[in-house]
Write a protein that binds this ligand. Sequence first.
Ligand code: COA
Ligand code: MG
Length: 285
Amino acid sequence: MTRPYRSVLYIPASRDRAMEKAKTLPVDAIIFDLEDAVAVEEKANARALLKDTLIAGGFGERAQIVRINGFDTEWGKDDLATIASARPQAVLLPKVNGAGDIEALADLLDADPDTAETQIWAMMETPLGILNAAEIAAAPRMAGFVMGTNDLAKDLGARSREAMLTSLQLCLLAARAHGLVCVDGVYNAFRDEEGLAAECAQGRDFGFDGKTLIHPAQVATANAVFAPSPEEVDLARRQIEAFEEAEARGEGVAVVDGKIVENLHVATARATLAKADAIASAEAA
Ligand code: COA
Ligand code: MG
């Protein structure tokens, strides 16, 4: 993964002002939403507004992902046809249940030269989709998973984060097995900074790349929690240095801060530095 996905902000594509505002926010990625955040009577307007907005551009380095409506709705096909010419980096398909859903979308993308390069991201938010996470992750054009924890809680009858941990981890396993980006679900209480920070930290420790967000007030917290801390960067540098010295002595193991450092720890340390660099260059841009 070369670019960071710490903060992935949903914006309803019906909200011109919010899309404008996003150009000034330090988010790593934007999900322009045509699905659940857009009311039925606004669907057509939002789709047209989004196309114009994407073509006009101005979003800089931020990854641009469009969440379309599913193909089992009356809007899905038109959403894709309308936004194709704006060449978004990725199309995010909601309520994915199996690899067949991804293959059907990939066939449509294959058929249009405008979307020759478009990646597919999947909302992981139905019980069947979670159970099929591995085949979904392996499907054509797949590049990312977004956890849809609100829909999942509804379908499971779950009332707590704990009740969804198995689902979150199944998706992480599948994403890592197939080299996808994997971002955590939203934190609904968008004025509760402490609660958000705790949930971000939990997601980070599980291995998520970042968190989906619903409000600008959540951006700084996600960016901070999912970035390597100065202490982590310092430790990574010292681990690499110590390991290289050990290797020069013909040894395969070093010790830093009382803990062993082997090849695999060096790989993690290098990944930490690469992530810190990617964040620094994204923030400079
Ligand atoms: N992305 C970008 N900008 C946003 C934003 C978002 N998701 N949510 C709010 N803003 C902007 C507003 O436009 C406003 O900008 P302005 O000062 O230039 O007018 C500013 O941030 C402050 O907004 P605020 O008044 O605090 O919020 P609100 O009442 O306008 O909206 C929500 C609150 C929750 C309705 C709104 O944040 C939202 O729609 N979030 C996304 C929901 C979504 O996409 N859900 C689907 C996935 S779960
Ligand atoms: Mg959903």
